[in-house]
Design a protein around this ligand. Structure first.
Ligand code: PMT
Length: 408
């Protein structure tokens, strides 16, 4: 039985030639047992008629905020709450830009902004538009917001030019939707604890030792686990964005010592522990209560002492059935150093990201990782959005746990 059976899907259609494929997509979704509500932008109606789509879906198509002759208001909030999944296919450059920037001037974008559940977009446009910095930026923003991007394919385009910009085939979109629903419960009942972001080590009331971690990688992981049904405790250093989800409990800490105390408590009862934080290895030995003045001092020496290694502490207390996953942020001899950390900290897996790779590591919306598992072969992934990387990491963790269970 398809995982789409009984699911409520909003199919958003925008104004592009590929809109004709949306009729096929709609039919496939209905055949798999989904209930589908079509929402069209005004421009989409130039490419395919609402009559075709309402006949296929068995529901009136929604496009305007009001029905002109009766004044009846169509609630985008209700639609957003009703949907288990929203698919925008085809998604034009214009709609992607509106979605990424919250420009709510049509029913499709307001529905997107009210959507409570997962959203997928299947872009379709000319090759140069698809490759333009503006489209790439909007797609990166959407990916960062948790939207799943079904990348366009290569082929002949409406302009008769050949390149990347064709909407993914309806069969592929349906497959992605089925995969989403079959995965969305695969962490049900699993408890996850995760450290996220940087730590700040105080020098005086105005200064600290810190690092560039934004918390994006860790937050993406927390959200990915929560969306797949896990109960998550996120121990966050001073990050710019905290993971916001009903199943994520956020604990805010500042220093490595505070993070360590919290981690030792919260990793105790977890099934999966993930150490994504960039913890300061050292802290000033002495904290000055007063702002240190520069007058009369040509040089300053701050004596540093070692912070606890949270990953090693957690690793040394690992219990039967627990899986502990660390990260390795390297600049040189990356693979060798990652493997050494895997052993030294008694971890099950380690996710290597190297600052030598463009687009990987701190602050970026993307990352490029290699996952090392105890007793397995390293698995290397291409550059992807941090949200997609989080999904790959979670898949790898679940695979590792299944293997452990089989091996007893
Ligand atoms: O937050 P972003 O801007 O999105 O960037 C993400 C990231 C680059 C911070 C993240 O992907 C990452 O690599 N985090 C780990 C960074 C790090 O401290 O790596 P490390 O190789 O120095 O440490 C190895 C492991 O030990 C890590 O799991 C780390 O969390 C842990 N550790 C390190 C030192 C320490 N005192 N305690 C620890 O728990």
């Amino acid at each position: 039985m398809s995982s789409l059976k009984g699911k409520h899907i909003v199919l958003g259609i925008t104004g592009g030639i590929a809109a004709y494929k949306s009729a096929v997509l709609l039919r496939l979704l209905i055949k798999k047992g989904a209930e589908v509500q079509v929402v069209m932008t005004p421009a989409a109606k130039e490419f395919i008629t609402p009559v075709t789509l309402s006949a296929l879906s068995g529901k009136p198509v929604v496009s305007e905020f009001f029905t002109a002759n009766t004044g009846e208001w169509h609630s985008h909030v209700d639609l957003g709450l009703w949907a288990d999944l929203m698919i925008v296919a085809p998604a034009t450059a214009s709609t992607l830009g509106k979605m990424a920037n919250g420009i709510a001037d049509n029913m499709l974008v307001t529905t997107y902004l009210s959507a409570k559940e997962h959203v997928m977009v299947a872009p379709a446009m000319d090759l140069d538009m698809y490759a333009s910095p503006s489209t790439r930026r909007n797609l990166a923003t959407l990916a960062c917001d948790g939207v799943e991007i079904i990348e366009a394919a290569e082929g002949e385009l409406a302009s008769h030019l050949v390149g990347k910009g064709r909407m993914a085939e309806p069969e592929e979109i349906v497959e992605r939707a089925e995969k989403f629903f079959s995965r969305s419960e695969d962490m049900k009942g699993v408890k996850v604890a995760i450290t996220i972001g940087p730590t700040y080590e105080k020098i005086d009331p105005v200064r600290f030792i810190g690092n560039y971690s934004s918390g994006k990688m860790g937050s993406s992981l927390a959200l990915e686990c929560a969306e797949r049904g896990a109960e998550v405790t996120a121990i966050c250093g001073p990050v710019s964005v905290y993971p916001d989800h009903p199943s994520v409990r956020v604990i805010k800490v500042e220093s490595a010592e505070e993070m360590c105390k919290s981690a030792l408590e919260d990793f105790e009862g977890c099934d999966i522990g993930i150490l994504a934080a960039a913890v300061a290895d050292y802290r000033p030995e002495v904290f000055s209560d007063h702002k240190i003045k520069r007058e009369g001092t040509e040089e300053m020496t701050i004596r540093l002492v070692k912070n606890p290694d949270i990953a090693a502490c957690v690793g040394s207390r690992k219990k039967e059935g627990q899986t502990i996953v660390g990260f390795a942020l390297e600049t040189d001899d990356a693979a060798l150093n990652a493997e050494k950390k895997l052993d030294r900290k008694n971890l099950d897996m380690i996710v290597l990201n190297s600052l030598a790779d463009k687009g990987a590591g701190f602050r970026t919306d993307t990352n490029k990782v290699t996952i090392f598992s105890r007793g397995g072969r390293p698995e290397e992934f291409p550059l992807k959005s941090k949200r997609e990387v989080a999904s790959d990491i979670v898949d790898a963790i679940l695979k590792y746990r299944d293997k452990q269970k089989i091996q007893g």
